[in-house]
Ligand binder design. Structure first.
Ligand SMILES: NC(=O)c1ccc[n+]([C@@H]2O[C@H](COP(=O)([O-])OP(=O)(O)OC[C@H]3O[C@@H](n4cnc5c(N)ncnc54)[C@H](OP(=O)(O)O)[C@@H]3O)[C@@H](O)[C@H]2O)c1
Length: 313
């Protein structure tokens, strides 16, 4: 089968399509014939060896797929092995896809949908009437988080890096939209949050983390789930005490042994699509042979919504 293989860490040039043996499938796994592989921001960090942990080389990147398994349409989460024609996933993280949900919608709702859902409902426990800050609001996680926060009754202050992305975030329902590249981000966010936000998503680090913390009201909650600009961000615990603000981390793989909570989110995400409360933005599909270009576009902040690979091309 064909797969993208990374034999060393580095730039996009280290991603090569090769013929490799299919992965071994243990009894606790399902073999999946992949129709779409998800491309996620963490894939770039893994490639650059700048993620939470290193991976063993050679490595097939990719942490989510949608495809066919024993005649059933499934979506699955895994830690590596997704950029391939055949993948494997644990039974615990493989889910049937309902007939009325197409493959690309299911893919968008898998890693990024689960992340947006659990950030808002499991970590931040967003309530109706609260103000929530959502970064990269036109991106994979962000475009879903804007809509899920609105569905929970929150007021959404979104951030996005271009006028087109900001217009898209407003179309998705954001009540205020701020330029994430602004030199006055702290002031812009504070003004848009008008009296302070109750909760915030934070995936960038550095100055953006600082500006987001400052835009929180006393006792506000912030969920850290990435470090797109820098992983080196520190906080003085005396600030947490004097403001009552809280910072909680989130890493989706922590839930991979908890099938119940993943299933609950999947059902709710599918229901939100069915009811028209959640719109999955168009999915941009690259051939497997262009995985490097897909990752470069994601890195350069050129993408909107979900980025995927077609292993058949
Ligand atoms: N912890 C977890 O379990 C988990 C799970 C899923 C995703 N994540 C994190 O969530 C974030 C979004 O992931 P995604 O896959 O949905 O990606 P995405 O939002 O589709 O794309 C990344 C977006 O981040 C924004 N950004 C801000 N600063 C950036 C920088 N220095 N470099 C590149 N992009 C920057 C850009 O939007 P603007 O141009 O609009 O600012 C860019 O389009 C990432 O940080 C990712 O690591 C974490």
């Amino acid at each position: 089968m064909r797969a993208v293989v990374m034999k060393r860490y580095g730039g996009p040039e280290v991603l090569k399509v090769e013929d490799v043996p299919e992965p071994g499938v243990e009894p606790e796994h399902r073999r999946i014939e992949v129709t779409r592989s998800g491309v996620n921001f963490a894939d770039l960090l893994v490639r650059e060896d700048d993620y939470l942990t290193s991976v063993p080389l050679p490595f097939v990147p990719g942490n989510e797929v949608v495809g066919r398994s024993d005649g059933e349409r499934v979506a699955a989460l895994m830690r590596g092995g997704g950029y391939a024609q055949v993948s494997r996933a644990r039974l615990a993280t493989t889910f049937p896809v309902p007939d009325d949900i197409d493959d690309e919608t299911a893919l968008a709702l898998t890693l990024q949908g689960q992340s947006a859902w659990h950030l808002l409902h499991t970590v931040l426990r967003v309530r109706s009437g609260e103000t929530v800050i959502v970064p990269a609001a036109a991106g994979g996680v962000g475009s879903l988080a804007v809509q899920l926060a609105k569905r929970a009754g929150a007021r959404v202050v979104a951030m996005a890096g271009t006028p087109e992305k900001r217009a898209f975030a407003a179309e998705l329902g954001a009540d205020a939209v701020v330029d994430s590249r602004s030199g006055t981000l702290a002031d812009d966010l504070a003004e848009a949050a008008d009296g302070g936000a109750d909760a915030a998503l934070e995936m960038t680090g550095g100055d953006t983390f600082r500006a987001t913390m400052d835009a929180l009201a006393p006792l506000g909650r912030l969920a850290v789930y990435g470090g797109a600009a820098t992983m080196e961000t520190t906080i003085d615990t005396r600030e947490l005490m004097s403001t009552g603000k809280s910072v909680q981390g989130f890493w989706l793989p922590l839930l991979y042994d908890n099938r119940h909570t993943l299933t609950e989110a999947a059902h709710d995400l599918f229901a939100a699509v069915r009811s028209g409360e959640l719109r999955v933005p168009p999915v941009t599909v690259y051939p497997l042979t262009e995985a490097a270009r897909a990752q470069e576009d994601l890195r350069a902040r050129r993408t909107v919504g979900k980025v995927a690979l077609d292993p058949g091309r």
